[in-house]
Design a protein around this ligand. Structure first.
Ligand code: AP5
Length: 186
């Protein structure tokens, strides 16, 4: 089984899904970005993950394809949570995280969309500003990105038959959010 977990950066998708996986057991966690960054670094395209979304979209798509192939192979061996983004906010516009060729390779059974309030997302991004080079976005831009992600998730579901679960992860709400994800992984 393949479950795709998504969130805008800072909404806490990784944190929520990891807690749920600890509770259920038996799932492998793979970060789509890590796989893309490994391939990009091997090709000398980037030095760190925050440079990824600034690459030309055609280069990002090539890396996307490579990562999809690798993860699909791993998905044949065990249940995998693929941690990624419904859309990536690039300078040229929203890049779909799961275009048709990625969906075809992965064949996800469920798509999780983890969300938080725009003010909370913004505050969490500021917290790790020293280690990460986060994009500075207004609250309206974060709201728009989360709305676009919902639309993208339903399009992915229409193409694959996957279910879509929207999970709220407000400050102090991690246990409840992880509980909603457990319902998908069980
Ligand atoms: P990726 O590795 O996903 O990095 P990212 O985009 O920076 O996302 P984050 O890891 O920051 O997001 P998150 O919300 O999951 O973080 P966390 O749980 O730590 O991707 C790297 C790059 O790869 C992307 O930028 C993109 O370029 C590329 N990429 C990836 N997939 C792609 C695809 N399919 N197609 C094309 N390109 C792709 O949470 C953040 C913070 O919030 C933490 O400090 C945490 O402690 C805090 N937090 C979480 N939950 C709570 C809570 N309930 N209360 C309080 N604080 C909380």
């Amino acid at each position: 089984m393949i479950v795709v977990s998504t969130s805008v950066p800072g909404a806490g998708g990784t944190t929520v899904v990891r807690q749920a996986m600890d509770e259920v057991g038996g799932w492998k966690h793979r970060n789509y970005g890590d796989v893309m960054v490994e391939i990009a670094e091997d090709r000398g395209l980037v030095d760190d993950r925050d440079e990824m979304r600034k690459l030309d979209p055609s280069q990002q798509k090539e890396l996307q394809k490579g990562a999809a192939k690798k993860l699909a192979e791993e998905g044949e061996e065990s249940d995998v949570v693929v941690d990624t983004h419904c859309t990536v906010n690039t300078p040229k516009g929203y890049l779909p995280g799961l275009p048709q060729w990625v969906l075809k390779e992965l064949g996800p059974d469920a798509v999780l969309v983890v969300e938080a309030g725009a003010d909370e997302v913004s505050a969490r991004r500021e917290k790790d500003a020293e280690e990460r080079e986060r994009d500075v976005q207004s609250l309206e831009e974060i709201d728009e990105h989360q709305m676009v992600n919902r639309m993208a998730a339903m399009s992915y579901a229409t193409l694959t038959g996957a279910t879509v679960k929207i999970v709220q992860n407000p400050d102090g709400g991690l246990d409840e959010a992880a509980g909603k994800v457990v319902e998908v992984l069980r």
